[in-house]
Design a protein around this ligand. Structure first.
Ligand code: ARG
Length: 458
């Protein structure tokens, strides 16, 4: 089959090269964006006086018919035509004749390709932002239902201090909010028209790029043709945003996997989201969470893959840039799947409040014994040391903190009084953390109200 660029060549392309260099097997994902761009380009050429009214009409009609065939799965993609752009153009020429050859006037695939990618990414980013929003809403509802559930917070995976479970869910809501902001910020840089940059230097037809931008819904027009045709920053940024969100999903997944183990039994995962073992009948495996955790590897890999492609490229378009697409498509699909998976898990999550509370006492309260002494004037380091000796004493005796008598306390410091017993419950200890952003009931309830307003839930 004759290539659109075959004029300069004296022999056909090697079979292997065709297979090695093609991208249509995956960049056809951009087909509808490519049609949309083609139509806007035709209109811009018309406005510039490059095309006549009837020509533009016929080109657009042909493009719309191709669009319909693609949507209905009736389009035959040809590997010999390399990529999505040349496939569509060649088909147009086949259908409407030589006029089809005017479509590519004043354009290069170098400015065409990221125009498609940006159209695609604007839509996908909006979808991801919506998925993040519904995930955050589920977290806010969970927080609302778990204000009175107390569990130990862990640092170094060792029991640290009691918190309200609502505080935990709100922590993840906060993180996903940051992720959302990151996607929205990245969106601003995606939202910039490349088309009209030509192959590298701009275009020698009087194209009104601001008109094209308006037609395609871009807020801005790229200001430098050399930068614009070189630029994959917006994809790298998007992949980074995916990687960070994946990291967060993975850590949340990890907590829930641990919490659902028999040893913890803090949560019960919905049966319909777990699978069994083919050999061990007792098992209920948290596969969805494990795969969310596992797929984070791809999200990181895709980012590193693109950054590596970009490093060391001479300025402007190089064919290496074709390698941007598979990581991009993979991250979009992977992240969307993981966001849906996590939402489903959280929607069906059962919390075992009794189990959580049973681990939130004893030494989890010991920081407050030190703080008690500190509030009576003992330097905190010394108070910490005294509280540490109490832990070591209790460990030796095989007793819990709640079982200490006042006399025993007094053996460690005269400053202990009857009121020490008033503070030593998980709930009271949690509620003493009244600072802005802390885990006290007051503060948690306040944040829930703020979150509900921000999420449009009231
Ligand atoms: N398929 C190519 C890509 O994805 C399109 C641009 C090709 N440009 C070129 N001059 N060969 O990057």
């Amino acid at each position: 089959m004759e290539k659109p660029w075959s004029g300069r060549f004296s022999e056909g392309t090697d079979e292997f090269v065709e297979e090695f260099t093609e991208s249509v097997s995956y960049d056809r994902e951009l087909a509808l964006e490519d049609i949309e761009q083609n139509i806007a380009h035709v209109k811009t050429l018309l406005k510039a006086g490059v095309l006549k009214e009837e020509e533009a009409k016929e080109l657009i009609k042909g493009l719309k018919e191709i669009k319909k065939d693609i949507e209905e799965g009736n389009f035959e993609w040809k590997r010999e035509l390399e990529d999505v752009h040349m496939n569509i153009e060649a088909e147009l020429t086949k259908r409407i004749g030589e006029l089809g050859g005017k479509l590519h006037t004043g354009r290069s695939r170098n400015d065409q390709v990221t125009t498609d990618e940006k159209l695609f990414l604007k839509r996908e980013t909006q979808e991801i932002v919506e998925l993040l929003k519904s995930l955050r809403r589920v977290l806010v509802s969970l927080a609302q239902r778990s204000v009175d559930v107390i569990l130990p917070a862990y640092t170094h995976l060792q029991r640290a201090q009691p918190i309200r479970l609502a505080h935990y869910f709100l922590a993840y809501r906060e993180g996903f909010l940051k992720d959302t902001e990151r996607f929205l910020d990245c969106y601003r840089r995606i939202d910039e028209l490349t088309l009209g940059s030509g192959a590298v230097a701009g275009v020698d037809f009087p194209l009104d790029r601001f008109y094209t931008a308006q037609l395609l819904g871009f807020s801005r027009v790229a200001r430098n043709s050399l930068y614009a045709t070189s630029d994959r920053d917006f994809i790298a940024e998007f992949l980074f945003a995916c990687a960070v969100t994946g990291m967060r999903l993975s850590r949340l997944a990890e907590d829930l996997i641990i919490w659902s183990s028999e040893e913890f039994s803090y949560v019960e995962l919905p049966d319909k989201l777990c699978t069994g073992s083919s050999i061990m009948p007792q098992k209920k495996n948290p596969d969805v969470l494990e795969l969310i955790r596992g797929k984070t590897g791809r999200l990181y890999g895709n980012l590193i893959s693109l950054l590596t492609v970009l490093k060391g490229l001479p300025t402007a378009y190089n064919r290496d840039l074709q390698e941007d697409k598979e990581p991009l498509f993979d991250s979009v699909k992977t992240l969307k799947g993981s966001l849906v998976g996590m939402r489903k898990v959280l929607e069906g999550l059962q919390v075992r409040a009794d189990r959580m509370l049973s681990n939130a006492g004893n030494f989890v309260l010991i920081t407050d014994v030190a703080n008690y002494l500190a509030s009576k004037g003992v330097p905190f380091r010394k108070a910490h040391h005294i509280a540490g000796s109490i832990v070591s004493y209790l460990l030796e005796k095989g007793k819990r903190l709640e079982e200490m008598s006042l006399e025993e306390f007094k053996n460690f410091s005269d400053l202990f009084e009857e009121d020490i017993f008033e503070i030593l419950t998980p709930e009271k200890v949690a509620d003493r953390r009244k600072t802005y952003g802390g885990t006290s009931k007051e503060e948690v309830l306040r944040i829930i109200e703020v979150a509900k307003r921000e999420e449009g839930m009231v």
